[in-house]
Design a protein around this ligand. Sequence first.
Ligand code: DAH
Length: 339
Amino acid sequence: MKAKLDQIRQKVTEQVRNCDSTEKLNEIRVGILGKKGELTDLLKSMKEYAPEERPKIGQMVNEARAEIEKLLEEQKTRLEQSIREARMKAEVIDVTLPAKKSELGHRHPNTIVLEEVERIFTGMGYEVVEGPEVEKDYYNFEALNIPADHPAKDEQDTFYITGDILLRTQTSGVQVHEMEKGKLPIRMIAPGRVFRADEVDATHSPSFHQIEGLVIDKNITFADLKGTLAEFARELFGSGTKVKFRPHHFPFTEPSAEMDVTCFKCGGSGCRFCKGSGWIEILGCGMVHPHVLEMSHIDPEEYVGFAFGVGLERITLLKYEIDDMRLLYENDIRFLKQF
Ligand code: DAH
């Protein structure tokens, strides 16, 4: 028995020393210590020996087993270590290489202009409010005094979701939501996205942004409207900016006007930018129609107000001299970085 054990021990020592992978090491372990392993067989053959000899033999086998296990364990550690070393050698990290820069985003020119507009109006005591982009026909049209047969209500201009629900075509509906709250006076601007069934080109997009303005109080006059919007234009385009009001028509204001500013490129003398006129149109405005006030439960005998609507993209394009609106929607970082 002792001879057999010595033989096994010797063989295993030899095998383990020459073993160069953990898989092979495991095969050796199974071959010796496994259920059908050599050492296990030896233990099974114990019954061939006299009962008084068996404890001694058992002890010998166990000692051999412990020794072999230790051998296997040591070789395993050695193998793992050398595998790790080899990997470390292969994976050279050059810490002096320049790092890849991750691209930072950039504020969108629309956002820059909107923040400026909000700064100007909040500075004059206005509140910034929001309204829903999915809107009822009532808020987008009816409550704004826009009759059922108005061309803007045509499906060719408006995205309808159902006969009564639509994507708002203007931010003017937010005026109605604010008036319905019943808290007076009102001094608000409402920036937001609007939708129109337009083909995309250099000056049109099916989705763009407006900034609505509404003031309702006692004793408000057209002079307040003029003074406010002239101040707005001076702050946004420069202190030398002059404004001009041209009569216009909007169903929800009476009287209505469009406001032009002196061309900030040529200062009013006329250039390619203002198509030679010296003026650039930037917004629509007017005194809130008494009927609009009434529909929102405000007494037109007691309260008056003015409203205005500005196209955000229009101002952004003018301010930064961008000649194609599509550039604003492509989110090309090379374009955005310039502002
Ligand atoms: N909602 C108008 C439009 O989309 C713009 C506008 C004009 C808004 C006059 C107003 C206003 O509040 O008073 O063309």
